[in-house]
Design a protein around this ligand. Sequence first.
Ligand SMILES: CC(C)(COP(=O)(O)OP(=O)(O)OC[C@H]1O[C@@H](n2cnc3c(N)ncnc32)[C@H](O)[C@@H]1OP(=O)(O)O)[C@@H](O)C(=O)NCCC(=O)NCCS
Length: 162
Amino acid sequence: MAEVVVPLTTRNLTESDLPACGWYGTATDLVYVAEAIQRARRGEVDYLAVCPPSGLPVAVGGIDYTKPPGAATIWQLSVRAELRSCGIGTVLIGELEQRARDHGLRWVELGVDDNNSRSRTLYERLGYAQTGHESASWNQQAPDGSTTRYETRITLMRKQLS
Ligand SMILES: CC(C)(COP(=O)(O)OP(=O)(O)OC[C@H]1O[C@@H](n2cnc3c(N)ncnc32)[C@H](O)[C@@H]1OP(=O)(O)O)[C@@H](O)C(=O)NCCC(=O)NCCS
């Protein structure tokens, strides 16, 4: 097996990156990303891209400073599917936590679907602890274009920043 070390940079995601983010999901998913970029311009959130030397995003995710009071919420984390389990998500979360520290915050929160146990294990490894649960539901689009309602339970997790 060959192994290559790839330098990664993290920067703010911009509208000009959107054509290179087709891997993120459906057109509807990318609308949510575009909305987050607008919110970043207003200072409500930071929304980041992790890039190899090509400068093209291979991971994106945000931190929302508007909730909960006194903390911030990490959300919409995604690493390009072919590059998962290589440590890129860990880099992205570390940068988002640093943005929270730069805002003078001592706590960050996130929510993880109870059907996403691998992500939950990652967050626990990074120091997040469960604080509660909430119900959630959203529309999911199948490859054939049909839409179904997905209902689940979200575990809320919190970390104190050092
Ligand atoms: C969740 C997600 C953002 C994590 O990103 P990631 O890049 O896969 O995360 P990491 O690689 O840092 O850590 C995850 C795994 O890699 C392992 N890992 C970390 N660094 C590694 C390295 N250098 N070499 C090999 N494995 C490594 C971790 O132990 C962990 O184990 P796993 O394979 O059982 O999951 C990503 O998997 C993803 O986009 N998933 C789909 C969308 C999603 O679920 N988003 C989160 C919603 S809450």
